[in-house]
Design a protein around this ligand. Sequence first.
Ligand code: 26Q
Length: 766
Amino acid sequence: MNNKWIKTVESLLKANSGVDMQHASTSAIYHAVSRATMAEIADTWQKCKNAPKKRVGYLSAEFLVGRAIFANLYNLGKLDEVRAIMTERGVDISSFEDIEDAALGNGGLGRLAACYLESGATVGIPLDGYGIRYRYGLFRQEFENGFQKECADDWQQHGDPWSYRRDDESVLVKFSDFTVRAVPYDMPVIGYGGKTINTLRLWQSEQPDSFDFAAFDSMQIDKIAKDNIRCESISYALYPNDSTEKGRILRLRQEYFFASASVQDLIRKHKQKGLPIEKINEYVAFQLNDTHPVFAIPEFIRLVMQEGMRFEDAFVLARSVFNFTNHTILGEALERLDMKRVRKLLPKIAKILTMMQARIEKEFPDGKLFLIKDDTVHMANVAIYAGSKINGVAALHTEILKKSTFHDWYEAYPERFLNVTNGVTPRRWLALCNPELSALITEKIGDGWQADLERLKELEKYADDPEVRRAFAEIKHLKKVQLSEYVYKKEGVLLPPDFIFDVQAKRLHEYKRQLMNAFSILYYYFRIKEGKEKDFKPTAFIFGAKAAPAYYNAKGIIKFINAIADKVNNDPDVNDKLRVVFVTDYNVSYAEKIMPAADISEQISMAGMEASGTGNMKFMLNGTVTLGTMDGANVEICEEAGRENEYIFGATVEEVKEIKKNYNPWAIYNSDPELKRIVDTLDDGTFDDQGSGMFRSVKESLFGGWSADHYLVLQDFRDYVRAKSELNRDYGSEEFLAKCVRNTANGGKFSSDRSILDYAENVWKV
Ligand code: 26Q
């Protein structure tokens, strides 16, 4: 950065805080540095907005962007310079780490959206994000006696220097009972190299007029306040339900709110250019991130009809601009909305959905394909029927969509289905979070891999070079030292850096089987105590996960793992061999510290359940072997790195299908005394759930009624510990170190740059 930049920082500090650098708070300096950088990029940003080509709108209810400041400076190529300038002035910019940015997403789907925007800007595709500016993002997690407690995430408490409010581009969104104003806040999305800057536009809901004068006159202040709250409630908070549908009215309002605002915005811009509406498909494409934005389709049809087009033409036009990504096969997560409710809140939208249903009935009279059935609208069906392309997020997942979830649709429209395997941005998930490994990579293969990740392949030959293996191992150790210090400070738990760091970090869900991991810890715990694991290499088990606040068993599993941690860490018989920690408030910034420090990446979902996973890719890039099932993108990780470089176990999708035909968890439990003892700790008094009944409920999920061990924890347990023990034996060997190198070397496919280029070529045609 130049002289001008630091002058701007200093004058912003004076103007906004009335102090100089020596006397300013971290928060004030953060703000000034961010704003000065915004000024720096203003011209490029403006120029990029007017690109006269087709633009893509990525519609997503979630954007889990994480901390912006370092990523932005890095992509501008200014991070080192800024660090130096600020150090000269007595400011350590790592203090900005106390300021966490927006967590406007739950997990995978929201973080994917953020990676995709960054990649779009990096590869120079005009891709803009559209979402909701939640006043409160995903809850902050605390533990109270080992129970999860949710706290509000007030992400704007230090201001929001990375966005501009654009009042003049507000639009109105109408519900049957009231109208709200959608006010856009624009964030720059800076590509690597800083040449392209796209926009993330987040809508905030407000009252249409700032004042109801009549009410004010008659002193009905309470009415004014009530109206205000009703409007602002729409973007008040992110729903923390990862993968479970809860048919809530406010959620429906949120979905229509941002879908409508975004479509209005793009149609208006198109018209402002003086272009005819029928040609909008030459200038705009929409990607729907799961079903959450699907209202955009009937809304688009409605608005285009308002411009004078007939329904049939509007429908055909819609089909040429919309595309849909599915992220789950979990039945309860496939959105189905009660048409009674849609008719009540959004009568015009209900009418258009009904016309679409009539159209499909005419086209397919046998009724096998439908949008509305039993007065319930299936949002995924709407997106498949009225869109050009539908994609899954990993090869295996897409096959499952074609074979089962959407089989009838696949038979009718095979050409619409395609796979786009997920990816992650290598800037945040390698370059920034692991500068030490990045320096080694650059030393070996030169610069440029950051934006051309396939080049990592050039590292493969070094897997056989003992010196490079050593260097890899030393960096891993350094990252473990750093994480250990951080975890000690935050959690008060000591993880010795010479232990194996075995990590499972992702949302808490029964299908992801954190419980099976917990059982494996107890397995080693009992065996070590009994002297049966003489050669077991000391291992620290690290968990990071949030449970949806209403997901009872998920919360029970958190409490269970915390109880295990308590016991293990305080037991002198084993704590030279085992440590367990459940880190508090796992989020993007925590992930940036954890991924580089992991020796083992646990990806242990029941096969067929995890659509892709993206954490698995972040670990891989950082030289971590996968301990996993043949699920989601794990399959492709094996393909790329070679299965022999990972630790694979458990039933495959086909086997799961077979096993489920007559699965009997009782039989497994009764024939395996070691496993029985472990499972029984849930209710034999080994652990205390403080009268909550949670542990009994978790145990019942393994045996009770129809849902008996739905996710085959008992079934896969033995093969899991088999693989885990094998890994433990291999750890530290020359061959193991080579595996780590091979993982980084073969991670190139999992750059989100590749995913975005896939979408651009096969879906958006830009
Ligand atoms: C639905 C209705 C009401 C409220 C919330 C929701 C909701 C919110 C978030 C439903 C689902 C989600 C998130 C789903 C998700 O993150 N899926 C993950 O997507 C990743 C990116 O494709 C995949 O890698 C993961 O496998 C998949 O689980």
